[in-house]
Design a protein around this ligand. Structure first.
Ligand code: PLP
Length: 286
């Protein structure tokens, strides 16, 4: 496996970063996960726009332009002989003597990329069958809109889900409303048939798939209503689903052991899955 580290393509076993990298010591860095299908990126510019916003929020200068990012990502796909893959891109503030405040002289940001084969067939299976989610408290900090590598709250939510035999943990805020999944946004079709997801604010990540699915739904005359929901509302909803780069639109058929609707993927979700695949086809030819 070939990875990219600070300007070099290397076998993964030969790649290393400093123990004084601020990403390692303080989670002082950001990341993106881009999906490539058929060798082409999905929603590339939306991911790069969000990367720019994440870097700006931490006052890290973009280490290269998006044209260069694209060139490196294409190289990663080619050198690893991949057609369908996710590319993980991480940028940290760089190496400095340990001190919480930013270094007075900004170090060169550290860039790492790693590609991983993406199993489209496995995604399609999950989309057909639906997945289970569990609820778990949202333990995260107050800037979840920044895509930082500080993910311990998300890690604990996902682990709780795994231990309960569920695929995703829906994190619940102090008022009892679902914020989002540990690595996906949360959606329902409520009892009135309205497509609902939480509004964008500092308490959730502005998901790229959330944005795209919102547009797709609006074009299909089912514009989403941005209104939070509780676990009880989701359990008694007609349908529920998650959305993310790697899960696309995936039906949620069970929440804390309670079946959603009749316990199988509903018609609105299935329609959005089809429409999202058509978007993928237009973008990547897949
Ligand atoms: N919310 C969180 C916390 C995430 O980590 C992710 C993606 O990993 C998402 C939502 C979905 O975002 P996207 O559609 O950009 O993948």
């Amino acid at each position: 496996r070939i990875v990219y580290v600070n300007g070099q393509f290397l076998p993964r076993a030969h790649a290393s970063v400093s123990i004084e990298d601020r990403g390692y010591q303080f989670s002082d860095g950001v990341y993106e996960v881009c999906l490539f299908l058929n060798g082409k990126p999905l929603d590339f510019h939306l991911h790069m726009d969000r990367l720019d916003r994440s870097l700006a929020a931490l006052s890290i200068n973009p280490p290269m332009g998006r044209g260069a990012f694209k060139v490196v990502m294409d190289q990663m796909m080619r050198r690893n002989r991949l057609r369908d893959a996710t590319i993980y891109l991480q940028i940290t503030r760089g190496v400095a003597r340990r001190d919480h405040a930013f270094p007075a002289f900004p170090p060169a940001p550290a860039i790492v990329m790693a590609a991983q084969r993406f199993n489209v067939a496995a995604l399609r299976e999950k989309q057909k069958a639906g997945v289970a989610v569990i609820s778990t408290p949202d333990l995260r900090w107050k800037r979840c809109d920044i895509k930082t590598v500080s993910l311990l709250g998300n890690v604990l939510a996902k682990q709780a889900a795994r231990e309960a035999g569920a695929l995703e943990g829906w994190m619940v805020d102090a008022q009892g409303f679902v914020t989002e999944g540990s690595s996906s946004t949360a959606w329902i079709v409520d009892q009135q048939g309205r497509l609902r997801t939480r509004r964008l604010a500092k308490d959730i990540l502005p998901g790229i798939t959330r944005h795209v699915v919102g547009d797709i739904a609006a074009n299909a005359q089912i514009a989403p209503v941005e209104e939070p929901f509780t676990i009880a509302e989701a359990q008694s909803a007609k349908e529920a689903f998650i959305a993310s780069t790697t899960s696309s639109v995936t039906p949620v058929t069970q929440i804390d052991g309670v079946p959603v609707g009749d316990g199988t993927p509903g018609p609105v979700t299935r329609d959005l899955i089809d429409r999202h695949w058509r978007h993928v086809l237009r973008e990547t030819g897949y």
